[in-house]
Design a protein around this ligand. Structure first.
Ligand SMILES: [Zn+2]
Length: 309
């Protein structure tokens, strides 16, 4: 009988855990709130008890995807911008010791990219780039059927590509990053800082701005135009460097697709190197919020077969 794999997607807000079979079908899906935990030890105890409680014939390995920088060769979380207590934690070893199963760890955007590539919108392509639009912007790059991580595992940080020199401040400390324009938190900030809303003492969330745009409010529509325009510039830069023609956009804010796609396409075509014009396809992700769980579980499987390292 084929083994099954557990995928854990540990983000700054939510934790998702599920059992994934060989076809990518997810069962036993459990949701936890990251805010409920104040240490890795506390979360490790909970994850261990959930995994041990899953009624599966044979769990062969566990994958864990984390938001931030991961030192895969050492199994250590090296940079955790959203969960301070994860900094420097030897996640792989402590989880392996606790559940007595092999563990593969990776960055969450890499896991989402891998999931969409194997099971979702990227199926069948040898090279894709995936952008995840949530409160920040994550990215993952598959080149010639391999995940590209860069020299130190920090490759694919597309959110910090400069799309506007001397532009808006980004939380990374630089200016003009994609994340400062095309993320959920950027939508709220740009909307709040507009002339009409400067007096407001509260900030609308991306869903509320989406609703205003759908209802026809010009300001909300303009904010989504800016969002799409910078995304288009970033994708054009990626095409010009990698000559990769297939892109996937996923994450919570991708649900506002109809509000930013036209401005994305216009900026993309305007900024492409001529030979690429008319050849780039941008798809919406197909796996929703299960992409990370599916991708990291599949990575654990491929790790066991030594297909990835
Ligand atoms: Zn930045």
């Amino acid at each position: 009988m084929e083994g099954q794999y557990v995928g854990i997607d540990l983000g700054g807000t939510n934790i998702r855990l599920g059992l994934v079979n060989k076809d990518g079908k997810v069962t036993d899906l459990t949701y936890l709130s990251t805010k409920e935990y104040s240490s890795w030890d506390g979360l490790l105890t909970e994850l261990t008890s959930i995994i041990k409680g899953i009624k599966a014939d044979r769990i062969k390995a566990v994958g864990i995807a984390l938001a931030g920088g991961v030192l895969i060769s050492k199994g250590v979380m090296s940079y955790s911008p959203h969960i301070e207590w994860l900094n420097g934690v030897p996640v792989t070893k402590s989880l392996e010791d606790s559940i007595n199963l092999p563990v593969w760890m990776d960055n969450d955007a890499n896991a989402i990219t891998y999931g969409e590539w194997i099971y979702g919108a990227g199926k069948g392509f040898s090279s894709i780039i995936c952008l995840t639009l949530g409160s920040g912007v994550g990215g993952g790059i598959i080149i010639n059927r391999n995940l590209y991580r860069g020299e130190d595992g920090l490759g694919g940080e597309i959110g910090h590509m400069c799309v506007q020199p001397d532009g808006r401040a980004c939380r990374c400390g630089k200016r003009g990053c994609l994340e400062a324009y095309s993320s959920g938190s950027a939508l709220s900030k740009i909307y709040r800082e507009s002339k009409q809303n400067r007096e407001l003492n509260y900030q609308l969330n991306p869903v509320q701005i989406y609703e205003k745009a759908i209802a026809g409010e010009k300001l909300a529509r303009d904010v989504f135009d800016t969002f799409g325009e910078h995304l288009g510039i970033a994708i054009a830069n990626l095409v010009n460097v990698f000559s990769i023609h297939h892109y996937i956009i996923t994450g919570g804010v991708s649900r506002a697709w109809e509000l930013f796609f036209d401005s994305l396409e216009n900026a993309l075509e305007a900024n492409l190197f001529n030979p690429h014009k008319g050849r780039v396809k941008v798809f919406k992700g197909q796996l929703g919020d299960k992409a990370g769980v599916m991708g990291i579980a599949r990575m654990a499987k491929d790790y066991l077969k030594s297909k990835i390292q």
